[in-house]
Design a protein. Sequence first.
Length: 543
Amino acid sequence: MKKIIYLVSITWIMLLSSCSDVLDITPTDRYPDPAVWQDENLLKMFVNEQYSGICTKDNYYKIMYFGDDIFSKYNEGGCDLIRENILTADNVGSLNNILHVWDNSYKFIHNINVFFNNIGESSIDDSVKKELIAEMKFIRAYIYAKLIWAYGGVPIIEEAFDINSDWSQVERNTWDECVTYIVKNLDEVIADLPDRPSERNRASGNAARALKSRVLLYDASILNNPSNDKQKWQRAADAAAALFDKGYTLAADYQKMFLDVNCSEFIFAKEFSETYYCQLTFYIGTAGNSGLALAVPSLNIVDAYETIDGEVPVTDSELGTINPKSMYDPSNPYVNRDPRFYASIYYNGADFMDRKIETYKGGYDVTNQDATMTGYYIRKFIEEDKGISQTQHYTGPFPLFRLSEMYLNYAEAQYHLGNEDLAREYINKVRGREGVKMPPVTATGEELLNKIYHERMIELAFEGHRYFDVRRWKIAEKTETTHIMGQEIIKNNDGTLTYNRHKLTQDSRKNEWKDAFYRLPIAFSEIQRSNNSLEQNSGYEIK
């Protein structure tokens, strides 16, 4: 395999204490002795720590910042570089460990390669060894998947390079080579690990099937499959369908499902406990209750939630163009909307704990520096029963794969295979879940494809899919040159409300899109370290 430019000293990571959540272990020391490979507990700890290569305690949710469904006024994670289309090979490091995962990923690949170089000599029980090997293959596959989604083809490395290694001739593997490598690893995991439907925070046969589904869906999409090879779409359809008989069911309560670690449709999720807790509720919570509102829903996605007759209410957020076929009432914009709207978004007048949300000018939720600039707050993921506090130990899970995604993956693949009946059946399973019951989609042709795109935006809102979806569909030149919009609400003397739209992105957004932005650049410093053997993504070359 080809080599990677990555300079690290070989660090043996040791855990002084163990915990139940394998995604939340932090390295605290070094393994000083090769005898560690003969200690089952230390080996398990080492494997557990590598789950941080998938998502860390602090960054797991920040992927949501980069889609057009979200606005963050604090440039969290460098998201302004994406919103304003000013990304370069010199500034990509500002996205570090969220979208720009290069450095962090290869640190963990280094650790995984050290594991594979030594595990063969371990004398631990063969059954335990087999399971640990499979877990590491899953983690490795996930890390490479994140890399290719961001950059396209990347170097596949199976050597444990250190600071003295020859890294000057590193080259990138192709997209197809990377997909083949990832799928091979996942197929081996599926063969060697149990399904584990009740263990949602740990590598399993089902987690591997879910990752395979997403990898093959992205592989079949136009960005990576410009010839529209139908075999790729068939592989994507088959991979999604492999999870339909594994005991998962769509949750009946769309709001509460994101607070339930035992949710019936979660396949793989980031989990937390009182000891290893998260602060997502505090980070995105309402300003009126001292939340930071680091990310808030855009007016664009508020406009996208259908009315209960199945019509999109506003067809152009920037212009405020109302769909005359919908039930939308611009003077009372939050009535008769998709139930997922009420479960996902706090709007002016929404119930919150023992009060109403106030996002009109001068209202309770717009009176401090952390107030929303869009007129909305995220409700999805908020643990209302605990209130909003920096000191609260929140334990709500964050889904990485769930059944509804598999249904939508399948619907999209079947559409491209010409099986529109199946595509409609599976998009309507998602829309028809208990507690949602939106009208079934009856569209055909290109209109049906647009319905599938739209359903992903709504069903998977704020879960980190949107950034990659609009790129793999090659529609980002449209979605990311439309301004992210907010809503200023004025409360009049007679108690009526006036709604004024305003732009939250700069005018340059409409003029600066380049096809280069479908991929991230490789940092210029990495190109230099490779002695220019690493090929930069087109459009980011420094002259």
